[in-house]
Design a protein around this ligand. Structure first.
Ligand code: IMP
Ligand code: MG
Length: 174
């Protein structure tokens, strides 16, 4: 059984940041036709907690890709579950749990852009401070973190720890 090493972001810190993000999103889409798209499964906790804080109308949809096995990116991204809605003409806001190499978002942006939404932006809870993902335009960002592997608040290690209410670093050496 792996050990959770240390709490990186507390429940209170996350909650306070989400208040700010929700205000930014409310303002940005005050005159839009917002469709929040969650990238399953990690973004679900983040997405629902942000959406509950919005005052503007918002529709929700999900897609699922598979890109990771254990703690290493496979670089091989498969569409497992597509959107149920047509996004043409919509203001699509993608919700992602963590931007690591950026490969997942690059592929999803490419796919969704080809369907002609009116706008396509990204909300990410976490972004790892890495050169590989520096060019990914994140419009609404929760926190920048280091390169370590994290779990909790939607983030998993082989499907475990998603339900932790905080974000913790997982230390593979313990
Ligand atoms: P990317 O394609 O390398 O940017 O990886 C993005 C996806 O990998 C995320 O949606 C997560 O599912 C997973 N991932 C990347 N880093 C972590 C981490 O530290 N903890 C848990 N999942 C991660
Ligand atoms: Mg995962």
């Amino acid at each position: 059984m792996p050990v959770i090493d240390r709490e990186l972001l507390s429940e209170a810190q996350i909650s306070e940041r989400l208040d700010g993000l929700a205000r930014e999103i409310d303002a940005a889409y005050a005159h839009g036709d917002l469709l929040a798209v969650g990238i399953l499964k990690g973004s679900v906790f983040f997405l629902t907690d942000v959406l509950k804080r919005l005052t503007i109308p918002v529709a929700v949809d999900f897609l699922q890709v598979r890109s990771y096995a254990g703690t290493g990116s496979t670089g091989n991204i498969q569409l497992v579950h597509d959107l149920s809605m047509d996004i043409e003409g919509k203001d699509v806001l993608l919700f992602e749990d963590v931007v690591d190499t950026g490969l997942t978002l690059r592929r999803i942006l490419e796919l969704l852009a080809s369907r002609h939404p009116r706008s396509l932006k990204i909300a990410a809870l976490l972004k790892k401070d890495l050169r590989e993902n520096a060019d990914i335009p994140i419009d609404f960002l929760g926190f920048t973190i280091g390169p370590e592997f994290v779990v909790g608040y939607g983030l998993d290690l082989d499907e475990r720890f998603r339900n932790l209410p905080y974000v913790a670093v997982w230390d593979p050496t313990r």
